[in-house]
Design a protein around this ligand. Structure first.
Ligand SMILES: [Zn+2]
Length: 301
């Protein structure tokens, strides 16, 4: 293990790729959070904002939304985890996991066996063997279990890293101690001249240089959000992350409560819609959609 946080801006793909490689995908649900409908789809005005934080909303009107991570297996680069879910401690002590304020805001439904490390072990994968973790962004329900993977390199973006370390982090969805570990962070600078495009996405990074896992810049929900395109055996998958909470977000563009930049959010949704037109066979997985999640298979190859 390291003594200090190491950050390195990368412009070259990681080693380990192989020509024509395809990956497998295993979606993992690491618990659920109870949210007012307006948290997912914000209504106009002050009243809309109030409803989005739960004011005047009965418990029965709220919806349980999944907290996803994804286990990807690459034939030569090994296992890649996409996001880490909430911390394992959240299953029994939400105050310890998200702080007093977090415990007051969020209602979580999570069993100990929902924690990402426990699920990986149940699928025969030792968490310590995970060498690569891609973070769509660093919000508390995505970065919560970073500490479980001390031997991994974490792939995030220069903009996300800077934003997550900026002022008023908690109000913007970040808990610094979740990622304040002496680990290896590799930052993609999507503004660098060597960054390429992919399909409809203006800025993309080929993770292993073999086209199997393509990270695409989809900012807006957070400052440096990225989504993930996988090349599987028969089709592609687009893991939107929180660029789109719901399938409906993609089609109608309605913003959620938490949003860093509305212009970028809308542009990222346009790029996602463009990708779906170019790639109609793709499996498109929105970030927190209970309906879409219930229709996912356990495993894709
Ligand atoms: Zn988020």
């Amino acid at each position: 293990m390291r003594d200090e946080i190491v950050t390195q801006t990368i412009s070259e793909p990681l080693s380990g790729g192989s020509p024509g490689a395809t990956v497998t995908l295993r979606p993992l649900r690491c618990g659920e959070i109870l949210a007012p409908p307006g948290f997912l789809r914000l209504d106009d005005g002050v009243a809309g904002k109030a409803r989005a934080v739960g004011l005047g909303i009965g418990e029965r009107q709220k919806v349980w939304i999944p907290l996803p991570t994804f286990l990807v297996e690459h034939p030569t680069a090994g296992h890649v985890l996409i996001d880490t879910g909430p911390p394992a401690s959240a299953a029994h002590d939400i105050k310890a996991a998200f702080g007093r304020l977090g415990a007051a805001i969020y209602t979580l439904r999570m069993k100990p066996e929902d924690a990402v490390a426990t699920q990986l072990r149940a699928h025969g994968v030792d968490p310590r063997s995970i060498k690569t973790v891609v973070l769509t962004h660093l919000h508390l329900d995505h970065a919560g279990s970073i500490s479980e993977f001390p031997h991994a390199r974490f792939i995030t973006t220069t903009r996300e890293w800077a934003s997550a370390h900026g002022p008023r982090g908690f109000q913007r969805g970040y808990i610094k101690r979740q990622f304040d570990h002496a680990f290896d962070y590799k930052l993609i600078n999507y503004d660098a001249p060597e960054i390429n495009s992919f399909a409809s996405f203006g800025r993309a990074f080929d993770l292993f240089g073999d086209g199997s896992i393509t990270l695409v810049s989809t900012p807006g929900h957070s400052a440096g959000h990225q989504s993930v395109v996988l090349r599987m055996g028969g089709r592609e998958a687009l893991l939107c992350g929180d660029a789109a909470y719901l399938k409906q977000t993609i089609s109608d563009g309605r913003r959620p409560l938490i949003l860093h930049d509305e212009h970028n959010f809308k542009r990222s949704l346009r790029e996602i819609r463009g990708y779906m037109q170019i790639t109609p066979s793709a499996l498109v997985v929105p970030g927190h959609d209970p309906e879409a999640w219930s229709r996912l298979d356990a495993f894709y190859d």
